[in-house]
Design a protein. Structure first.
Length: 439
């Protein structure tokens, strides 16, 4: 049995009992080289007195002794010290009573006189190995209990953290009582302001998901839902510890990967109070479901919301491009080739084809029809979500500019020392609303 450098090798105690002094001397000579604490006793009674003061690991007794036989002694030892390894030395005449004692379970081994020194040492080593195994098992059980307690404490702390963060998100939702757009802005800003979650990544996923939904022929409402689901697709990460998602997915261990995937359920819990966002919640919750039904919930394609199938493609495309899957950044073409391997298994083939055939993915989408705040006029419509430098959402897509919002944006530009690039919708709005800007 090996021990580590910082462990001290335990020295085990062996007690030998015989009423003949010459036998005891012979045993002392025979076992001189063994690394044990050898204790000699000339009677069963004396052996019991020694055992009461000094724990022993192996007890070897002569069978035939006055007052108390070896079988009687070892029977008492078995009752009082059941973990000891018990051996009896016996003559040929005592073999029947010895076998009976062995069958009763009071004796582990017996050796016949005259004994062979090597066989005696082998027997003692056998007993010590059994004791060592028991000690190691006890140590491992103690270590396991300590580790289980530590894991339980960690899980409790994590659960408290999840509950605390969930309460924070729910409190933020409860404070927002006006328009759904305000709720959307608050949720994304809570995610984006977290230093361990990349708001820019969410923006890219949102834009691509919206584009795929539009080119797949989805209704405007669905396109909007998919875009917003992409924007907050990592909402559930707020319920995890950063160690569960900082590294690329392939670099996480099994437990961390399972925790990472559990973000979808945590997001559903966070969004539960906002009943009007159930469709968005469903898209986020089923985003890791595979098209062929081999994902988290084992749902088949017809049961997976189309928004979730679109989000899965947009999300994984940008995870591959940014290196968040393997740790290696891929060019758009390489990312598409990698995703093509999973067509109709992990991803919806029809939607994936839209991405595979799009040559301009990853390029600027809004080179024209962009202005700064000073060029805005009341009635103009915001074509894409507007973010600040920290990727905090300032105004949502579809916002109709008023004198108030234009004034606030102009003030933001003066404070940041540079102009916004504001994408406008090309079509003119039918009506104009005075919607306050989020400050």
């Amino acid at each position: 049995m090996h021990t580590s450098d910082n462990q001290v090798q335990k020295k085990y105690t062996v007690i030998f009992i015989d009423d003949e002094p010459n036998i005891l001397r012979a045993i002392k000579r025979a076992l001189f080289k063994m690394d044990i604490n050898l204790v000699l006793a000339d009677s069963g009674q004396k052996a019991l007195e020694i055992l009461a003061k000094t724990p022993a690991h192996v007890v070897i007794s002569d069978m035939k002794m006055p007052s108390m036989s070896g079988a009687e002694l070892l029977e008492q030892v078995a009752e009082k010290y059941p973990d000891t390894f018990r051996v009896v030395l016996t003559g040929f005449a005592d073999i029947d009573s010895t076998i009976k004692a062995v069958n009763q379970g009071r004796i582990h081994r017996y050796l016949q006189k005259p004994w062979d020194n090597q066989e005696l040492m082998n027997t003692i080593e056998e007993g010590l190995e059994r004791i060592r195994l028991k000690d190691e098992n006890a140590r491992l059980q103690k270590l396991t209990a300590a580790q289980n307690k530590k894991l339980k404490d960690i899980n409790m702390q994590l659960e408290q953290m999840v509950q605390k963060r969930t309460r924070q998100i729910k409190a933020a939702l409860n404070r927002v009582e006006k328009h759904n757009q305000a709720i959307e802005q608050v949720l994304f800003n809570v995610i984006s302001i977290n230093p361990d979650i990349n708001g820019k990544f969410a923006i890219e996923v949102s834009e691509l998901a919206g584009r795929l939904a539009k080119e797949a022929g989805q209704e405007k409402d669905m396109v909007k839902l998919v875009k917003y689901a992409g924007l907050i697709c990592e909402l559930g990460l707020l319920g995890l510890t950063p160690d569960d998602y900082r590294l690329p997915f392939s670099k996480l261990n099994y437990q961390q990967q399972q925790a990472y995937l559990s973000q979808t359920r945590k997001a559903a819990e966070i969004l539960a109070p906002a009943h009007q966002m159930q469709s968005v919640s469903d898209i986020i919750e089923f985003q890791f479901e595979h098209y062929n039904g081999s994902g988290l919930y084992n749902k088949v394609a017809k049961e997976i919301p189309v928004g979730a199938r679109i989000l899965a493609i947009a999300r994984d495309y940008w995870r591959l491009v940014t290196g968040r899957l393997s740790g290696i950044e891929m060019a758009p073409r390489e990312a598409k080739l990698e995703m093509k391997k999973h067509k109709n298994t992990r991803y919806d083939g029809e939607i994936l084809d839209i991405l595979l055939n799009a040559q301009d993915v990853g390029r600027p989408l809004y080179m024209d029809n962009t202005v700064s705040a000073t060029s805005l006029k009341p009635g103009m419509v915001l074509g894409q979500n507007l973010y600040n430098d920290a990727h905090i959402l300032i105004l949502p897509e579809g916002h109709i500019f008023s004198e108030s919002t234009i004034s606030k944006l102009a003030q933001f530009e003066r404070e940041r020392g540079k102009k916004f690039t504001i994408c406008l919708k090309k079509e003119e709005p039918e009506t104009a609303e005075d919607v306050p800007a989020a400050g």
